[in-house]
Design a binder for this molecule. Structure first.
Ligand code: SF4
Ligand code: FES
Length: 362
């Protein structure tokens, strides 16, 4: 029997004020007029709780662009789900956060793109650092658990100490240092964003030093980079194993990047219950467990540890989501990550950043 999911990623809109070149949203954004209504989100959250979900990340795009966000948070709270807002911070004024706290919001994760305004604004594709700094103060004053998320790449890895200092200064409880995952928009910018091995090694040492220095005062999470370690990550804790993503238009997916998989036909919460989607839909069963695995995963002792890696990365790089993730050194396609990493480490070609287009409002 399929075990219950414990987390829901509620992508309430794809609209976003930022244009990050590593955006993990699909290349084709969902239009605002097709977004789920407040009542539909309320039903989805109640169904999620019935299914066993205990934690929801309310994300986007920028979730604060939904005028009914407090009602969505209230529905999660009423269902007994711990709710974290995942935000760029733009639009997070004290009054808005108060409203969300009254609705039952439990925690906030704020993103920042670099340690200083100039670098952060350049990556975000617009002035935004000052608004983020203000949002950090608002979160701190509200007393909510506060996570800071920073996506790492060639342009900010050398500032890792300053980034950690920023998190300390802003009063974060946790800093997630997330090395860029190269699918979707980030894959288009891979040459511009891929760091050198030296940058990564140095950043890893800095994180270890700071971890010791900070003791338990602040949690530092280092999300392992895919291109240099020769190991596949247990993406999403396994396909259809722990988490459900519901997109702005109600498409339900085992992970947020799975929009890109062409043969998946994601079921929609407008047509099916979340319980049916989780247990019975073809999409959630496609790569569940180990039966689907190709060689070498099928015979590998790590197959129930990393589940063959990331399906979206396998598809993005090989065109076949059912292949071993090329991040794994045992994959017959490993050269697809090794070669670009080698080129980047030799100081390979410069590439201009291609910014995420603004979401269409139609
Ligand atoms: Fe994981 Fe497959 Fe690589 Fe084994 S061969 S380590 S299961 S990705
Ligand atoms: Fe989709 Fe890894 S991002 S399975």
């Amino acid at each position: 029997m399929t075990e219950a999911p414990w987390a829901l990623l509620a992508e309430v809109t794809h609209a976003c004020p930022l244009h990050c070149p590593y955006c993990s949203n699909p290349l084709e954004l969902v239009r605002r007029r097709t977004e789920l209504t407040t009542a539909e989100w309320s039903r989805v959250l109640a169904e999620a709780a019935d299914l066993g979900v205990v934690q929801a990340h309310v994300s986007g795009g920028e979730p604060l662009l939904r005028a009914d966000l407090a009602e969505i948070v209230a529905a999660a709270h009423a269902a007994g789900i711990y709710t974290q807002l995942v935000t760029s911070g733009l639009g997070l004024e004290a009054g808005r956060l108060d409203e969300l706290v009254r609705a039952g919001l439990d925690a906030v994760q704020l993103s920042v793109q670099d340690s200083r305004a100039e670098g952060s604004d350049r990556i975000a594709g617009r002035p935004s650092f000052a608004a983020k700094e203000q949002a950090a103060g608002v979160i701190r004053r509200a007393g909510l658990p506060f996570g800071l998320n920073v996506v790492l790449h060639r342009h900010n890895l050398d500032h890792i100490a300053e980034i950690i200092e920023l998190g300390v200064r802003w009063g974060a409880d946790r800093i997630e240092l997330a090395n860029t995952q190269f699918y979707g928009w980030a894959l288009r910018n891979r040459t511009a964003l891929l760091p050198t091995r030296e940058q990564l090694e140095s950043a890893k040492d800095t994180v270890a030093t700071w971890r010791e220095r900070l003791g338990g005062r602040l949690e530092l999470v280092w999300v392992v980079p895919d291109y240099y370690e020769g190991v596949a990550k247990p993406c999403m804790g396994g396909w259809g194993a722990r988490s459900i993503t519901v997109g702005p238009d109600g498409a339900a997916l085992p992970c947020p990047a799975a929009y890109a998989l062409p043969d998946l036909s994601p079921p929609n919460v407008r047509d099916h219950s979340l319980a049916w989607i989780w247990a019975r839909s073809a999409a959630f069963n496609a790569y569940r467990g180990t039966a689907w695995m190709p060689t070498p995963c099928r015979e590998c002792p790590r197959r129930e540890i990393d589940f063959g890696g990331c399906r979206c990365q396998a598809y993005a790089l090989t065109g076949d989501a059912a292949r071993t993730d090329p991040a794994c050194a045992l994959s017959p396609d490993h050269r697809l990550v090794r070669d670009p990493a080698t080129t980047a480490s030799r100081g390979g070609p410069e590439q201009n950043l291609t910014y995420r287009r603004p979401a269409r409002n139609g």
